[in-house]
Write a protein that binds this ligand. Structure first.
Ligand code: 3HC
Length: 300
């Protein structure tokens, strides 16, 4: 679908402040992207430890100067004034947009939106960064589904230009137009896509990632799989990509795809086995590969 919601259609609203719920890899990346483009940001996580880790990640990222390719505390301090961290979601109610980026769990996400809606002004944009869960389904119990939209960023947020803007059945034109303008303002390349499990990118990506685990099961060496994918032109191989996205996140998103398309989705016991051992990928220092070396690159 063409993203041409500008022009004659409803005018997008300008957003000046954003809240992000969930301070994991995606939440902290989204928070940093907003800070870099001048918005004030509230980062929220119910877990204080996760919030602390997330805010450190945000400040670490904004402290990086692309020109000099170095980080500085002064730079981090400049941005820190616009970053507010909180474990209390009531403190998010006065921002122009709230983006949810918690774990891929339909009930948890719905609960978060229901709690917010009790007190949230009707005009505040509500968005989900869900990887795979249909926006219409997430919006089912909302009082104001017209202001709800999917805004799906990719990992690493600082590098990935693409953003999927997903309209639920009841998302208004104004909300979609505002989401598109907002993503453009962050320096991203938004595309408006149809709603449905995995939207566009993960419909394509998950079969590819799944097939890589099937190759592993067939006994093919994981370094070899990644090497071949890179030679084919992928920026990184599928096994390293699992580690970067997170084994847990990949598993939960994969489950949605399985539920939607069981007849053509491959299921591998490898991801649950890694999760059981807390080998969740790069964020834990180990997943398929080991990242406990100094550079944080896979030991291959
Ligand atoms: N903050 C900001 N910038 C930084 C930084 C920091 N802390 N550290 C480094 N940088 C800059 C570097 O200066 C460099 O800039 P330059 O290109 O202008 O010189 C740039 O960031 C790149 O740094 P890297 O060396 O880390 O980048 P690589 O060239 O190794 O590329 C990659 C890494 C972008 C991850 C690339 O391998 C890639 O594109 N991989 C595929 C990613 C992908 O497919 N993502 C989608 C995942 S699926 C998903 O997210 C969906 C979900 O729903 C599951």
């Amino acid at each position: 679908k063409d993203s041409g919601v500008a022009g004659e259609g409803p005018q997008p609203r300008k957003l000046q402040s954003a809240s992000v719920i969930g301070a994991g890899i995606m939440g902290s990346g989204i928070a940093a992207a907003n800070l870099k483009r001048g918005l004030s940001v509230k980062l929220n996580d119910a877990n204080p430890e996760a919030l602390q880790l997330g805010s450190t990640a945000v400040l670490d990222e904004v402290s990086y100067d692309k020109e000099t390719r170095s980080k500085s505390a002064e730079r981090a301090i400049q941005f820190a004034g616009r970053l507010h961290t909180t474990t209390n979601s009531d403190e998010l109610l006065d921002t122009d947009i709230i983006i949810e980026a918690v774990v891929e769990n339909l009930e948890l996400k719905r609960k978060i939106f229901a709690n917010l809606e009790e007190k949230l002004p009707e005009t505040t944009l509500l968005a989900s960064n869900t990887s795979t869960l249909p926006i219409t389904k997430l919006a089912e119990n909302l009082k104001h589904p017209e202001r709800f939209v999917g805004i799906h960023f990719f990992n690493p947020v600082r590098m990935m230009k693409l953003v999927e803007v997903i309209r639920g059945e009841k998302t208004s034109d104004e909300t979609a137009a505002t989401a598109v303008a907002y993503a453009k303002g962050l320096g991203k390349f938004p595309i408006v896509v149809n709603d449905g499990p995995g939207f566009l990118v993960n419909r394509l990506l998950f079969p590819y990632m799944n097939e890589a685990t099937q190759l592993l099961q067939d006994g093919v060496d994981m370094k070899r799989i990644d090497k071949v994918a890179r030679k084919f032109g992928m920026p990184m191989g599928p096994i390293a990509l699992y580690d970067m996205v997170g084994i847990d996140t990949s598993f939960y998103a994969g489950r949605t795809m399985y539920d939607a398309f069981p007849e053509r989705t491959l299921v591998s016991p490898i991801l649950p086995a890694l999760i059981k051992r807390d080998m969740l990928g790069k964020k834990k220092g180990v997943g398929f590969f080991n990242y406990q070396n100094k550079k944080g690159k896979p030991e291959v």
